[in-house]
Design a protein around this ligand. Structure first.
Ligand code: SF4
Ligand code: SF4
Ligand code: FES
Length: 260
């Protein structure tokens, strides 16, 4: 578990909570220890309410980064539930622990030298053939992706289909933690997306243009200024930054165009 020992009391950790509602506390068990936490909290907030300081296993807090994979059981049930701690609400008497990192085979490869086909995939991920079609990965994915289907597409060489089906993967690793064939589905999927982008899809002219601009050193000086600025200057720049309006269309540009 990526959480340290409790550092502060619940009251110290949760100053924003309305303490008049503290009657609505529910018991949960974090790594086997019981805590009473407000029923409206996500697992992530409940961990902090209980006094844990999240050093790992906490990133975006918005269901995007995949850092907060969590497993839990409910009393009297053999079923293992999974979810993202920042997106899953606590339930009375849940037993939980976080799995912010799950070791999975991650191959090293040179995308330029690879062909976009099954043969190339199997060379770096031979375990792909061990998939037995149990569908556990799909049932455990918090993003509700059809993981088994994207693995099956990879196996039959349809890399574009795998890329498409896995586009919303947050790399949380829950599928790998549950797979009886020991696949690292998300690493296989990201390779398929890379091969698709590098070898199968047409090149995007605007991306090439931007790469050229970056390589020409256009952003070196503004970056240097930011990196050497003091905290007050950074705060001021952040507060005064021009934000894209919610209603902006795709042609929107900021008034300051020096950095485009
Ligand atoms: S959990 Fe593993 S073995 Fe089962 S379908 Fe998914 S990839 Fe295949
Ligand atoms: S495919 Fe696997 S790693 Fe990706 S979001 Fe689903 S469970 Fe997480
Ligand atoms: S903290 Fe990023 S998905 Fe939960």
């Amino acid at each position: 578990m990526a959480t340290a020992e409790p550092l502060q009391s619940a009251a110290e950790q949760a100053p924003a909570l309305d303490l008049t509602e503290r009657t609505d506390l529910v018991p949960i068990f974090i790594m086997g220890k019981k805590y009473d936490v407000p029923s409206t909290l996500t697992i992530q907030k409940a961990l902090e309410y209980a006094g844990y300081q999240l050093i790992r296993g906490c990133g975006c807090r918005g269901g995007i980064c995949g850092a907060c994979a969590t497993v839990y059981r409910m009393p009297g049930s053999p079923k293992i539930h999974v979810g993202l701690a920042c997106q899953t609400l606590v339930q009375p008497n849940m037993y939980l622990t976080m799995v912010p990192f799950f070791p999975a085979n991650r191959a090293v490869y040179n995308i330029e030298e690879m062909k976009p086909d099954t043969h190339a995939l199997l060379k770096v991920y031979p375990e792909l053939t061990k998939c037995m079609g149990c569908n556990t990965c799909t049932k455990s994915c918090p993003m509700e992706l059809d993981v088994m289907e994207y693995i099956s597409a990879a196996l039959r060489g349809d890399l574009e289909r795998t890329a498409e089906l896995s586009m919303s993967c947050v790399m949380c690793g829950i599928c790998a933690s549950r797979c009886p064939a020991e696949l690292g589905q998300y690493h296989i999927a990201i390779l398929c997306r890379r091969l698709t982008a590098r070898h199968l899809r047409p090149k995007a002219a605007h991306v090439a243009e931007m790469v050229e601009r970056v390589e020409s050193g256009r952003y070196e000086e503004p970056l240097r200024q930011l990196m050497t600025a003091d905290l007050d200057t950074l705060r001021k720049l952040y507060v005064e930054r021009e934000m894209e309006p919610h209603t902006a269309d795709e042609m929107w540009q900021p008034q300051e165009t020096r950095f485009l």
